[in-house]
Design a protein around this ligand. Structure first.
Ligand SMILES: Cc1cc2nc3c(=O)[nH]c(=O)nc-3n(C[C@H](O)[C@H](O)[C@H](O)COP(=O)(O)O)c2cc1C
Length: 140
């Protein structure tokens, strides 16, 4: 199983989550590649059996719109039938951005590996465990 973990992070919280997702996928035997949003593009989607996308809530309950969102939007046309997991950190909201993002992926035809993992600011032990579990689900 080849798994990509693709993330954007401004202050490191979603980056820490990405590390845990990658660790979980590796522990379940996947060959894992980790990319920042700037280093991933739609033409790379087909190289992977499963992809974890990570982005914090930015703007007003939106994906980060300079690097992550354009890259993700370009990938969407290739997500039908692809195993996908989502994760990201948020601040003062209630996770609306993740609910919208999950719906978007489902509309694209992605096969969701589990519920999107969200955490308030820096990941605590529970969020870290959920990220590891998401990584394992992406590897199976
Ligand atoms: C410009 C900006 C916009 C943000 N908008 C939201 C928001 O709409 N809802 C929310 O819950 N948090 C919002 N946040 C808080 C971030 O999602 C939160 O700090 C998160 O932990 C950042 O993750 P990162 O460390 O991976 O960059 C915003 C932060 C910034 C800097």
């Amino acid at each position: 199983m080849k798994t990509a973990v693709v993330y954007w992070s401004g202050t490191g919280n979603t980056e820490a989550m990405a590390g845990s997702v990658a660790e979980g996928a590796k522990s379940a035997g996947a060959e894992v590649s980790v990319f920042t949003a700037a280093d991933f593009s739609a033409d790379m989607v087909d190289q992977f059996d499963s992809i974890a996308f990570g982005c914090p809530s930015m703007g007003s309950e939106q994906l980060e719109d300079s690097e992550f969102e354009p890259m993700f939007n370009a990938c969407e046309a290739k997500l039908s039938g692809k195993k996908v997991g989502l994760f990201g950190s948020y601040g003062w909201g209630d996770g609306e951005w993740m609910r919208n993002w999950e719906e978007q992926c489902i509309a694209d035809g992605a096969v969701m590996a589990g519920e999107g993992v969200i955490c308030n600011e820096a990941p605590d032990d529970t969020a870290t465990e959920q990220c590891v579990a998401l990584g394992k689900a992406l590897a199976s």
